[in-house]
Design a protein around this ligand. Structure first.
Ligand SMILES: Nc1nc(=O)c2c([nH]1)NC[C@@H]1CN(c3ccc(C(=O)N[C@@H](CCC(=O)O)C(=O)O)cc3)CN21
Ligand SMILES: CC(C)C(=O)C(=O)O
Ligand SMILES: [Mg+2]
Length: 272
């Protein structure tokens, strides 16, 4: 069966729902800064996620927990300035929404107001139901995130595959249905069995965007520095590397160091 491919001038949360219906897979990557976001937007990426993985990738922290709301807004505003077509979604960082629904809404409003982003994402299901409701009631589009939820790493103790056991799988399915029913526009499923992710994608109306969740999802997301091969020590099975930039950039910088030391750079043509 062939499906009509639609050209989108600007991706909206509605476009993603249409893509699911048309069977057009959704492409999403993280973005944390203007220059990278320009490249992603220009390349035709559908969704740019200002992930709290900036805590690891940008700031060098071990986990996503330390990054602050102010820091997320700084990254998000840089990405928003680069986006002409892509939808920009921003992670609510750890500690900015778990206390109570009012705090969650305040944090979401700050992101929308101060960065100009189009939507927010937060981790969790039933436990944060009231917070999600409040944010949705304010007219802010919400993307869910279930499965491996890195903000709860100390509860689980490792980054292993989630929902392999029946009980956790049932909770995941019911959380996914809840997020769909409440009116979230999409859902990220991280590191869960492909069969389960496919079953969920087929049983809910909103797009399911997977990371390590198999090809039955309605879209895929990766951390951009991982797929470009800049983070050479991060090697999960779900990661496909499209470049080996760690190596290429190391060689380029080493060459520059050599050229400066050997006085090869700058030449007459490279000075005034
Ligand atoms: N660079 C980067 N990429 C990511 O995908 C990412 C981050 N940072 N930071 C926040 C979260 C953490 N994420 C993770 C972290 C670890 C694995 C993982 O598979 N780790 C091990 C296996 C761990 C285990 O099985 O115990 C691996 O194979 O590398 C997956 C996603 C996804 N996010
Ligand atoms: C891996 C994606 C889904 C994420 O939440 C992040 O980059 O923070
Ligand atoms: Mg995140």
């Amino acid at each position: 069966m062939s499906v009509a491919k639609k050209e989108y001038k600007r991706i909206t949360v509605k476009s993603l729902g249409e893509m699911k219906v048309l069977g057009e897979k959704i492409s999403m990557l993280t973005a944390y800064d203007f220059t990278m976001a320009k490249i992603l937007d220009n390349a035709g990426l559908d969704v740019m996620l200002v992930g709290d993985s900036a805590s690891n990738v940008m700031a060098g922290h071990e986990t996503t927990l330390p990054i602050t709301l102010d820091q997320m807004i700084y990254h998000a505003s840089s990405v928003v300035r680069a986006a002409t077509r892509a939808l920009v979604v921003v992670d609510l960082p750890f500690g900015s929404y778990q206390s109570d629904p009012k705090e969650a809404l305040r944090s979401a409003i700050r992101i929308m107001k101060e960065s100009g982003a189009h939507a927010i994402k937060l981790e969790g299901g039933k436990e944060i139901k009231e917070s999600i409701k409040r944010i949705l009631n304010a007219g802010i589009p919400v993307m869910g995130h279930l499965g491996l939820t890195p903000q709860s790493i100390y509860k689980f103790g490792s980054y292993t595959v989630r929902a392999k056991e029946e009980e956790e799988a049932e909770k995941l399915k019911s959380d996914a249905k809840l997020l769909d029913k409440m009116g979230c526009f999409a859902l990220v499923l991280e590191k869960v069995p492909a069969k389960l992710a496919k079953e969920i994608a087929e049983s809910i109306s909103i797009p399911v965007i997977g990371i390590g969740a198999g090809n039955g999802c309605d879209g895929q997301v990766l951390v951009v520095h991982d797929m470009l091969g800049m983070t050479h020590e991060f090697n999960p099975r779900f990661l496909r590397r499209y470049l080996n930039l760690f190596e290429d950039m190391t060689n380029a910088v080493a060459q520059y160091v050599d050229d400066v030391k050997s006085k090869d750079f700058p030449t007459d043509q490279e000075q005034y």
